[in-house]
Design a protein around this ligand. Structure first.
Ligand code: 13P
Length: 257
């Protein structure tokens, strides 16, 4: 945690969810009471097909809806792509960019992620920029170099605590059940915090949320979310079950007690 920073627990549904998932979403809405909302922000990033429906359902709640990717251009001849403006128009307030699955499956490099983050800002969305090392890079001792390069290359100038969230997601921890030790998480998050302060100023850089992502579940949330400079979680698999995502958010009851 970072003193004075409201954490965020965000669920990344990836390519999962049909209209029938609305009941799962409604359970999240119902479970996200005012007492929990006082402790942490809660967001669901469903597939783009559900953004509009979920945004409409959550209109009077404090649960927010994000998207998982956007194109860098506002409109044009890009069959199958969606612009940040379209996502904002559908009710998204944030968009994940540079997730490792997009970096790997779609060959997205830092330059493209940078353009997508700029597009998010142009449309008034918060950019959730993902960074993280592969297993090989960790074994070779290259973790901080890799993360440092991704931060420098993927985040445009002008980041603030409102328009940027950084998600540290070690690639080898995603969907594997493996997580780094709390000490390793602390080292990387401290490094990211230092870089953000250097680039965006001590105060603004000190307030930008840095989420941890990779096999977060209710049973390990307390250990991971309690680490210094960990300001919430980006949750994949466990976010598909309302009780698990809420269970992770509820960790803040214990941590703030
Ligand atoms: O990629 C992730 C979130 O963006 C993490 O996924 P898992 O929580 O399934 O490991």
């Amino acid at each position: 945690m970072t003193p004075g920073v409201r954490p965020l627990v965000a669920g990344n549904w990836k390519m999962n969810g049909l209209k029938a998932s609305a009941s799962e979403f409604r359970s999240m809405l119902d479970g996200y009471g005012e007492d929990l909302a006082d402790l942490t922000g809660l967001m669901v990033c469903p597939p783009a097909t559900l953004v509009l429906a979920f945004a409409q359902m959550s209109q009077d709640s404090r649960l927010s809806v994000g998207a998982q990717d956007c194109h860098a251009e506002p409109s044009g001849a890009h069959t199958g792509d969606l612009s940040a403006e379209m996502l904002a128009d559908s009710g998204a307030v944030a968009v994940i960019v540079g997730h490792s699955e997009r970096r790997q499956n779609h060959n997205e490099g830092d330059e493209e992620v940078h353009a997508k983050a700029s597009a998010a800002w142009r449309a008034g969305l918060t950019a959730i920029v993902c960074v993280g090392e592969t297993e090989y890079e960790r074994q070779e001792g290259e973790t901080l170099d890799r993360v440092g390069n991704q931060l420098a290359g993927s985040i445009p100038d002008g980041a603030t605590a409102d328009n940027l969230v950084v998600a540290y997601e070690p690639v080898w921890a995603i969907g594997t059940g493996n997580t780094p030790t709390a000490t390793d998480v602390a080292e990387v998050h401290r490094f990211i915090r230092t870089r953000l302060r250097e680039r965006f100023g001590a105060e603004e850089g000190g307030r930008i949320r840095i989420l941890y992502g990779g096999s977060v579940k209710p049973s390990n949330a307390e250990e991971l979310l309690g680490v210094d400079n960990v300001d919430g979680a980006l949750v994949g698999g466990a976010s598909l079950k309302a009780e698990d995502l809420l269970g992770i958010a509820m960790t803040y009851r214990t941590l703030k007690a």
